[in-house]
Design a protein around this ligand. Structure first.
Ligand code: GDP
Ligand code: IMO
Ligand code: MG
Length: 431
């Protein structure tokens, strides 16, 4: 069997959680391969809404095993609170959840370093989610990190203290007074105490050597779906660096984040919104600052699932989408939030950029909002509510034209169109 991949093609929040949940009945295992609690994946059904940060989005399907892979970084306190919230809704995931021993721990002091580094950057800040992502991946690469599996070893306390001291020195060298800083509403000492308590709980879950786990599942003929977090334009190598996250969000990250060989990768589902959004800083060529952008934010409820921050909104950027399709080898597209465009009389899409006096269709090395001006193509809006549409043949002609225009540009078919947040709000296309 092959391992299929579902990942975001824009700056995150494309709707990955919803579609992984929808596809999960077709899979035996859903596995997260990168990122951490900077992710916020929303799933809605039967009038209930769940936001997952670390736990894979297959958990609502009782027949599915869920793996947090080695490439993921874990804050035990956040993971524990996710598990508790699910428990309160009557969902016990402990039997179906597996955690890689090699997944790195986000320490309480990583949260402080993240905050201190962002504060020190001032106006140049990344707009990080402040979950400690950058500092944890930095320590992983610098070979200072501590993995979940290490927390079961005798020298864990010693290693923890060494890291803690090093981080506190760094924080103080940046002039950051952490005694004034609240981590998720708690002062540092309280957070650290609860963090250790949560870690003890997490250690009782099913910790596995995940590279063996996943390859054994493959050999046994199990169907596996790898669930991406963030999006391609936030990839540490190919995103709008330095305004990116600290992991490989692209398909390449699946191999290193789970321990599977490139030949094991099957389909790659690429998911994108019918427009664009971005949270945090960094270039966004097609960003809107007018009423149309405001309308997208309102209609799409574009406020961060993890931080609650308003998301920046703008038109679909086709050169960027084609770039993402190329990097990931996308075989099928999924277009989300088409319903958000229901009231737009006309819809624009960027088909090229004006850059240093030339018209180009690739993303140049120094892509920035200052030196890239979008060239737009305008299409007719469908101007009717599509929220209740479930059948392909009921799609308005203008929506079909919009999809065809995108397909012609990126040369990959759009297989699913999402028309609302609920699990059932979907149109499957036969093309
Ligand atoms: P993820 O991080 O990619 O899983 O996406 P998020 O959960 O952060 O953000 C997507 C948001 O859009 C969530 O609030 C979803 O409930 C919502 N959503 C998903 N699909 C649709 C859709 O087709 N239409 C609308 N209106 N909302 C959607
Ligand atoms: P999901 O999985 C949207 C953004 C942050 C910031 C940058 C770096 O829900 O799509 P970090 O905390 O990773 O150091 O922040 O990346 N970012 C996301 N934006 N969706 C996400 O995840 C994101 N995870 C990180 O806003 O600009
Ligand atoms: Mg999200």
């Amino acid at each position: 069997m092959k391992i299929d991949v579902l990942l975001g093609l824009q700056w995150g929040d494309e709707g990955k959680g919803k579609i992984v949940d929808v596809l999960s009945p077709k899979y035996d295992v859903v596995a997260r391969f990168q990122g951490g609690p900077n992710a916020g994946h929303t799933i809605e059904f039967d009038g209930k809404k769940f936001v997952l940060h670390t736990i894979p989005s297959g958990v609502f399907n009782p027949g599915c095993l869920n793996l947090i892979g080695n490439g993921v970084i874990i804050d035990p306190l956040i993971l524990q609170s996710e598990i508790k919230k699910l428990n309160h809704s009557g969902i016990d995931i402990t039997k179906n959840l597996f955690i890689s021993r090699k997944a790195h721990l986000i320490l309480p002091t990583h949260r402080l370093v993240d905050a201190a580094q962002e504060a020190a950057k001032g106006a140049e800040k990344i707009g990080s989610t402040l979950k400690g992502i950058g500092p944890t991946y930095t320590d992983k690469s610098a070979r200072n990190g501590i993995r979940i599996g290490d927390s079961c070893l005798d020298d864990f306390q010693k290693r923890y203290q060494t890291q803690r001291e090093r981080h506190l020195k760094l924080v103080s060298s940046l002039g950051f007074d952490y005694t004034d800083y609240a981590i998720d509403g708690r002062d540092f000492a309280a957070y650290e105490t609860e963090w250790f308590e949560a870690l003890e709980g997490i250690k009782k879950l099913q910790l596995v050597d995940s590279e063996y786990f996943i390859n054994e599942q493959l050999v046994a003929g199990k169907r596996i779906l790898a669930e991406g977090a963030q999006g391609t334009l936030l990839d540490v190598d190919f995103g709008s660096y330095p305004f990116v996250t600290s992991s490989n969000t692209t398909a390449a990250g699946v191999c290193s984040g789970l321990g599977v060989a490139p030949g094991a990768i099957g389909k790659v589902y690429g998911i994108f919104k019918a427009y664009c959004t971005r949270v945090g800083s960094g270039p966004f060529t097609t960003e809107l600052f007018d009423q149309e952008g405001e309308l997208m934010r309102k209609q799409g409820n574009e406020f961060g699932s993890t931080t609650g921050r308003p998301r920046r909104c703008g038109w679909l950027d086709l050169p960027a989408l084609r770039y993402a399709v190329m990097l990931n080898g996308v075989s099928e597209l999924i277009m989300m939030k088409a319903d958000v465009m229901d009231t737009f009389k006309t819809i624009k899409v960027a088909t090229a950029y004006r850059y240093k006096g030339e018209e180009i269709t690739h993303l140049p090395f120094d892509a920035s909002t200052q030196n890239l001006e979008p060239v737009f193509h305008e299409l007719k809006g469908w101007n009717t509510s599509i929220e209740q549409i479930r059948a392909e043949e009921d799609m308005p002609a203008a929506l079909i034209d919009y999809i065809s225009f995108i397909e012609d540009y990126v040369q990959v078919p759009v297989r699913i169109v999402s028309t609302g947040p609920d699990r059932i709000q979907l149109i499957n296309r036969s093309v």
